[in-house]
Design a protein around this ligand. Sequence first.
Ligand code: 13P
Length: 253
Amino acid sequence: MSKKLVIGNWKMNPESFAVAKAIAQKTREISMKLKNTEVVVCPPFSFIPACVSRNQPAAFHLGAQSVSFEESGPHTGEVGIKMLANLGVEYIITGHSEERAAGDTDEMVSKRIFRIVEGGLTAVVCVGEKNRDDDGVHLEFLRKQIKGTFANIPEDKAKRIILAYEPIWAIGAKEAMLPEQVYEMSLFVKKIFADVFGHEAGHKVRVLYGGSVNFRNAGDIIKVGKVDGLLVGRESVNMPGFKELLKAVDAIE
Ligand code: 13P
């Protein structure tokens, strides 16, 4: 079985370089002991250098929370793919609901994914519905979102994509989605991915769950939800909690 992937999305945290450095250091120490799990930390751009060390354990990887869809040129305020790659970033989150809420359309997400995969990095692409309903409208919404998000991505780049299913109603909430529902939805998003990229790509794509994951629910979400990993917000910058979370995930055979 392949290793589980736990990605920490630090969002707009912490407030200082020194604290970022300390969180990264702690995460690095924990990841040295992991046998079945890989960890990715995604700090804000300004703190990525705080997470770089000469002794990076094999299970510890660097990620970013977004990237410009422009390759280079005069784009004030933007951060380009090569800058991130040159810092050692391997994974980039895109399509996050918070970035979509700030104005990113499916088309813009698609352009960012293109830039990431063409740059040889891995795109962690977030999809998810605002609400669930009994009539299955959320399924139709997801189908459209996934198809729009992956429009214009060459088929041979599917292997550089990880799907992060994050139902918006479960982000920053009290409770995560129930593990049984996570299982159902992960199969659904895989199926749509297969419609876009073909059967084999759909079979191989890794699916993560995100939304109020903590050290208490992480194990069940992986075991019962049968996902390949987790995209963790708050708990990834909360040190005792993240340590316990990683231990729980790593204990799953
Ligand atoms: P929380 O884990 O804080 O709910 O955030 C989830 C998320 O948005 C990760 O990308």
